[in-house]
Design a protein around this ligand. Structure first.
Ligand code: NAD
Ligand code: WQD
Length: 345
């Protein structure tokens, strides 16, 4: 790294969100300077003092929407970022079915606006938050990047539309360097217990739901189906610790120094865990009882999904390091210390 590169700035869209906030810390630790933009539609300003406390630095934060082209122009002019990590987006599958236009406008048009501002500013390094949702109901597990892409809901369609947009850009101009990271099931929290997942309302995802049962905010877990073709009948997923995930982003950013084009990479552990296995691991890590009842399947759910993470290892030199015990212990520390999330203090 050249001396004047020592504090390369990275614009982090969705920087106060769950994954974006952890990514800011990881970037800082790797010697980058994150600059955050978020419209706070699904996150809290209270993340910012926590980031300062953990990093010893006050990161620049812009409250605003990635569809605000003037704002983006001024941010690019002021900071001349070396790269962009793009997390900003709406992510609730059920909501996307009810409000597909809002999802398209926010996710797809928001990304178009960002790419336009990047092109104008000559910034062509991008790490994008894609999702294993682009594999739909897979024919095979583990899932490799070459698996067919198909979607089952508007949120997934947004991710697929964006992936296609990024592929077209990279094909048209070889200066683009785009890591398209397909996350499996991010979970857990920073080991300090100061940053974590803080969903609004009733959690859609399993891990925050289990955590809220453990801390007494909800009476029991509803297990959506026990008649899948899996060892115990409940859904199997690849839960990846959020710190492993964001370290994978930093590895991808480093990779973009030497690689160009559109580079899709799975970020997962390579192992699947059932709903009941995750519940048991969380109960053991927290020492809390987690009552549950079996409910009908959730519409649109698939039986099993886990990653073939070999490309990430070969290309980025990255693999998940944290096991399910650490995942649950860290999620519990966060939930226990912040029973109401960022509103706890
Ligand atoms: P999150 O909701 O916590 O973070 C997203 C952030 O983006 C929020 O802070 C929100 O306020 C902000 N935002 C949304 N639209 C915006 C806009 N138009 N302008 C500015 N800010 C905006 O979600 P997360 O879990 O941190 O997810 C980050 C990214 O990763 C998303 O793109 C999501 O689709 C993707 N992803 C998440 C998961 C998961 O399970 N958490 C899995 C796969 C992919
Ligand atoms: C995991 C398992 C449920 C909640 C979703 C999105 C996907 C991606 C990650 C962004 C399943 C079961 C859940 C509950 C339960 N997001 N479950 N009770 O469905 O793999 O993926 O989040 O890209 O696009 O679809 O994750 O955490 O919702 O569910 O039994 O209260 O837990 O049926 O088997 P999923 P999840």
């Amino acid at each position: 790294m050249k001396a004047n590169d020592s504090k390369r700035k990275v614009l982090v869209t969705g920087g106060t969100g769950y994954i974006g906030s952890h990514a800011c810390l990881s970037l800082h630790e790797a010697g980058f300077e994150p600059v955050l933009i978020d419209n706070l539609c699904n996150s809290s300003r209270r993340v910012l003092p926590r980031l300062q406390e953990l990093s010893g630095q006050s990161f620049t934060f812009y409250e605003g929407d990635i569809r605000d082209r003037e704002l983006l122009r001024s941010i690019f002019a002021a900071h001349q970022p070396w790269a962009v990590m793009h997390f900003a987006g709406l992510k609730a599958v059920g909501e996307s079915v009810a409000e597909p236009e809002r999802y398209h406008a926010n996710n797809v048009e928001g990304t178009e606006s960002l790419l336009q501002a990047m092109a104008e500013a000559g910034v062509q390094r991008l790490v994008f938050s894609s999702s294993a949702t682009v594999y739909g109901d897979p024919d095979l597990v583990p899932i490799a990047e070459s698996a067919p892409r198909r979607t089952t809901n508007p949120y997934g369609q947004n991710k697929l539309d964006i992936e296609h947009m990024l592929e077209r850009l990279a094909a048209a101009d070889e200066r683009w360097r785009i890591a398209c990271l397909r996350y499996f099931n991010p979970a857990g929290a920073h080991a300090s217990g100061r940053l974590g997942e803080d969903p609004n309302g009733i959690p859609n995802n399993l891990m925050p739901y289990i955590s809220q049962v453990a801390v007494g905010r909800r009476p029991q877990l509803d297990v959506f189906g026990d008649d899948y073709d899996t060892p115990d009948g409940t859904g199997v997923r690849d839960y990846i610790h959020v710190m492993d995930l964001v370290e994978g982003h930093v590895a991808a950013l480093e990779h973009l120094q030497q690689a160009n084009g559109f580079i899709p990479v799975n970020l997962g552990t390579g192992a699947g865990l059932s709903v009941l296995e995750l519940r048991a691991a969380f109960a053991a890590a927290s020492g809390q009882d987690i009552p549950y009842r079996i409910q009908p399947r959730r519409p649109g759910d698939i039986a099993a999904s886990w990653a073939d993470p070999s490309r990430a290892k070969a290309l980025l030199g990255w693999q998940a390091k944290r096991n399910v015990r650490e995942l649950c212990a860290d999620a519990w520390r966060w939930q226990h210390n912040n029973p109401q999330g960022y509103d706890s203090e």
